[in-house]
Design a binder for this molecule. Structure first.
Ligand SMILES: [Zn+2]
Ligand SMILES: [Zn+2]
Length: 280
């Protein structure tokens, strides 16, 4: 199993970091978790064509985690010789978002149908949506996935995924504070992927900004590197993978971020630029 951080950015635009998106490769499957800004460019850099992604998992419906879902859907559709709908698995609300997205793409579909007979013969642009909640489980080929509750209130529901194959386990949380659901999802996992924000840097930024309260608000529904490390220790995780760096992690800052987590977790800590990966 290989886990690649396709995008390590956040809502804050950064020239070097795509939006939140992680690729899990196992048993011949390419599974994307969230699909932020520029995710498809990074997917190509990882050597995976959009058509090779059969399933996309959505942790929650914040825009930074789904901005490029339409790009994945249309790129697959226009590039593939046959029309194989993308499977999108997410929390309740996902169907409404996908329906609205398909509505947004109606004109584009019409233009392409008018221009390409073979594309028209493939039929309409469709997406297979499955809405899931904590306690649900499903398979992607030979890979099994269970769904777990996370806490990103007032964003509700938000979920995480425990992905397993051949005795290997990766637990992937989106934005969340530490909670029982995340602990359960991570129990004895080989890898735990967590989105994080820096309390100290965000607080300092908030103090310096005229509208700083909006920045300060984000502290109460994300994990810090320290909290992610504490979760990893509690759950007996082997490797901790940090992503979604807020504020964007600058060159030379990696050691500082790592040290914050290492004070609470003795296992391996993985962080870095887009396309950082680990194999288990
Ligand atoms: Zn986010
Ligand atoms: Zn969020």
């Amino acid at each position: 199993m290989k886990i690649t951080l396709l995008g390590t950015g956040s809502p804050i635009p950064d020239p070097n970091r795509a939006g939140p998106c992680t690729l899990v490769q196992a048993a011949g499957e390419n599974i994307m978790v969230d699909c932020g800004r520029g995710a498809i460019m990074r997917l190509m850099a990882a050597g995976v064509f959009p058509g090779m992604v059969g399933t996309m998992l959505v942790t929650h419906l914040h825009s930074d985690h789904i901005t490029d879902l339409n790009d994945l859907v249309t790129s697959r559709w226009v590039m593939m010789p046959v029309n194989v709908p993308l499977r999108v698995v997410g929390p309740p609300g996902t169907r409404a978002v996908v329906d609205a997205m398909l509505n947004m793409l109606a004109l584009d579909q019409q233009y392409r149908h008018d221009h390409h007979d073979d594309l028209r013969a493939n039929g309409p642009l469709t997406v297979n949506v499955e809405e899931v909640g904590p306690g649900d489980a499903f398979t992607v080929g030979a890979v099994t996935v269970s769904v777990h509750e996370t806490d990103h209130r007032p964003v509700k529901p938000s979920i995480g995924f425990r992905v397993e194959h051949a005795g290997k386990v990766v637990a992937l949380a989106g934005d969340t504070v530490p909670c029982v659901g995340v602990d359960e999802m991570c129990r004895d996992a080989d890898v735990y992927v967590q989105t994080v924000i820096r309390n100290d840097l965000v607080s300092a930024l908030a103090d310096a900004l005229p509208n700083g309260q909006r920045m300060r608000d984000i502290l109460d529904y994300h994990s810090t590197p320290e909290q992610a490390a504490q979760t990893a220790t509690r759950a007996g995780v082997k490797r901790l993978m940090l992503t979604h760096y807020v504020p964007p992690m600058q060159p030379g800052q990696e050691g500082e971020w790592r040290a914050l987590a290492a004070a609470h977790f003795a296992g391996e800590i993985i962080l870095g630029p887009d396309l950082t990966s680990t194999e288990i």
